[in-house]
Design a protein around this ligand. Structure first.
Ligand SMILES: [Zn+2]
Length: 323
């Protein structure tokens, strides 16, 4: 598979690259100071943008087996384009005493100028890459771990320990990761596997492994939510009674996947398990009225879900003033 084909096919995983191939494309460049600060109990949190991912087609990446008119109707209901889906890449940063913790690292150099903004935007927020102490990976897809290692194979956050689910690490580093329950094309699976393997091998000495239920760094509880990948992780950030749930790639679109969890997403490693997990976790979050942070829902990715019809309604948190 040549690079062009590989990049085109990455759309299936949730880090589409057709935009990168379109020479006319330059929707946005990195934005100085694109971060949002807030508090959670005693923790200082911020959301930093790594850029965005444009899907130039809605199907089959989203709702692959659903009639096109139903899908268009769902998008129109939310006043959105029926031709494309533009995803944010939101990165959550936690400051806990001496610790500066990233949840995921964005795309790095892998997908062109529309992403990979994290290091510049961290500096804009007053955080030097060498001061990052920990990175928690929600999973090992390139739009989440791609920012860890630069083109020369060196760590972008040289002093950080990188925490990942033991199940996730074993899956990607196995001789033949199993994509038999996914709708993803084999050549694309190979392309993504290579980035995961190269990155994890480069970071060998920095890696630490966690399991379901573990508590990390006095402010994080690990809740595995498999389906998108085998070790896909929901990160429960807490401080005293206050908490937030970073749901990573549990959902990629509010009108399509939150509202219709059964419609599915082609980039899920186990398509059916992802649907089951998505419904279960969204139900718990809705019942508990929990604060949610999402990697790919609109900037800055903060909101809640409530039960609606056969799915859920995403209610974005809004702010009276910037920052
Ligand atoms: Zn993703």
């Amino acid at each position: 598979m040549n690079r062009r084909t590989a990049l085109k096919n990455t759309a299936l995983f949730g880090f589409s690259m057709p935009l990168f191939l379109n020479s006319g494309f330059q929707k946005r460049a990195a934005i100085a100071n694109s971060f949002h600060k807030f508090r959670l109990g005693k923790l200082d949190l911020l959301v930093v943008s790594d850029g965005h991912i444009l899907f130039e087609n809605v199907q089959p990446d989203f709702a692959p087996d659903i009639a096109a008119d139903k899908v268009s109707k769902a998008l129109e209901y939310d006043f959105l384009s029926t031709k494309e889906v533009d995803l944010a890449i939101n990165i959550l940063v936690i400051k806990n005493g001496q610790k500066t913790i990233l949840i995921d690292s964005g795309c790095g150099y892998h997908f062109g100028k529309s992403s990979g903004w994290l290091p510049d935007n961290l500096i804009g927020a007053g955080i030097k890459p060498e001061n990052v102490t920990d990175v928690i990976l929600s999973h090992a897809h390139p739009d989440h771990l791609g920012g860890l290692v630069n083109k020369e194979g060196k760590p972008v956050f040289p002093k950080a320990e990188v925490h990942i689910s033991a199940i996730e690490k074993d899956f990607w580093l196995s001789a033949h990761p199993d994509f038999s329950k996914s709708k993803v094309k084999p050549e694309l699976a190979g392309f993504v596997t290579k980035i995961a393997q190269d990155t994890l091998k480069n970071l060998k000495l920095h890696l630490r492994f966690f399991n379901d239920g573990d508590t990390l760094l006095d402010c994080i509880r690990i809740k595995l939510a498999p389906g998108h990948t085998p070790g896909h992780t929901v990160v429960n950030v807490f401080s005293g009674e206050d908490e937030l749930f970073h749901v990573a790639d549990l959902v990629h679109s509010a009108p399509l996947v939150v509202a219709h969890p059964d419609w599915g997403f082609e980039g899920d490693t186990d398509f059916d398990q992802a649907i089951t997990t998505r419904k279960k976790v969204l139900q718990e979050l809705a019942e508990g009225r929990k604060t949610i942070f999402s990697s790919h829902l609109p900037w800055p990715g903060l909101g809640h879900v409530r039960k609606q019809d056969e799915g859920f309604d995403w209610v974005q948190t809004t702010f009276a003033v910037p920052d």
